[in-house]
Design a protein around this ligand. Structure first.
Ligand SMILES: NC(=O)c1ccc[n+]([C@@H]2O[C@H](COP(=O)([O-])OP(=O)(O)OC[C@H]3O[C@@H](n4cnc5c(N)ncnc54)[C@H](OP(=O)(O)O)[C@@H]3O)[C@@H](O)[C@H]2O)c1
Length: 267
């Protein structure tokens, strides 16, 4: 079992799962392309999987549950999320239980508030999350799409060190605008999880990135992911084994400090 989001045994890139299964999809069959892709990613070394109760209205968690059943549970770090309409105390407990069932597990490594709620007081949700953590249903608590002010409020309610991650959009297009958030999270000991790290497939063909890619015998996707690893845990989604190979290979790209500096200014 991992010690948490900072465990060095976690692969530096996780697998996103949004869009793997549609709400209308029929029953999952073994050999399903998306199921096999998640298994392939895990076999290739990716041991962090990001999912949510909202994805495919639960179908994606079911698919993840099926995929991980071929592996030792403790070797995989599962991130799931509760949707804002379920942030009241009782609903939050039911959501977590339903996620456990779909995932076929008795704990979630990291459970996130998917988006802030406009109606449910944050302290109610945080105290419910803390209770889930004390009961061992979830091992760590995080948030997603929280701005700096809201993150501080969550930390005030939970206690420093108890909100371990903020999952935010971070990619080539918004990196420059995200620097303050990155610095804020770093200063609070909150790990950033970078969603849509490949800009939802609209991968940049920036010539600076391409030049660096050439220098290291890598691809632009790999340079972008490797760069984001310096600041976050990126979670690209892919159901294509070739793309998964490329994603895994990104962790091996040796970025020097000089290149990180250069990219920081190009991003
Ligand atoms: N917390 C939140 O509010 C939130 C919001 C959005 C997303 N997320 C999470 O973040 C994950 C990733 O974000 P995302 O799915 O929006 O976008 P993304 O990971 O930036 O992009 C996914 C797209 O990139 C393509 N792709 C993957 N690897 C590639 C490669 N090597 N070369 C070319 N194309 C490649 C995928 O196609 P193939 O499948 O064909 O490879 C897919 O179309 C989601 O799946 C979800 O888990 C969280």
């Amino acid at each position: 079992m991992f010690t948490g989001i900072y465990d060095e045994r976690l692969f530096p890139i996780g697998l996103g799962t949004y869009g793997l299964v549609g709400v209308q999809a029929g029953p999952l069959s073994s050999g399903d392309k998306h199921l096999e892709a998640v298994k392939y990613a895990i076999s290739s070394g990716i041991n962090v999987i990001d999912t949510a109760e909202m994805y495919g209205e639960g179908r994606t968690e079911e698919l993840v549950g099926r995929a991980i059943s071929s592996f030792r549970r403790d070797d995989i770090f599962i991130i799931s999320k509760v949707w804002p309409s379920n942030l009241e105390r009782k609903k939050l407990f039911s959501s977590a239980e339903a996620s456990l069932k779909r995932l076929g597990t008795n704990y979630i490594d990291l459970y996130l508030i998917h988006w802030p709620s406009q109606t449910v007081p944050l302290d109610e949700s945080i105290s419910a999350m803390l209770e889930l953590r004390d009961r061992g249903v979830i091992r760590e608590i995080g948030v997603s799409n929280f701005d700096n002010g809201l993150l501080d409020q969550a930390l005030d309610y939970a206690g420093r060190g108890k909100i371990v991650a903020n999952e935010i959009e971070l990619n080539f297009s918004n990196f420059a605008r995200s620097r303050e958030t990155l610095e804020h999270c770093r200063s609070k000991g909150v790990r950033v999880i970078a969603y849509s790290p490949l800009s939802r497939g609209r991968i940049s063909h920036n010539s600076g990135v391409q030049q660096i890619a050439q220098k290291y015998g890598a691809t632009s996707v790999q340079v972008i992911l490797r760069f984001l690893i310096e600041f976050s845990l990126p979670i690209p989604k892919s159901s294509n084994p070739e793309h998964i190979d490329e994603i895994v290979g990104a962790a091996r790209v040796p970025l020097t400090e000089e290149v990180v500096d250069l990219l920081t200014h190009k991003f």
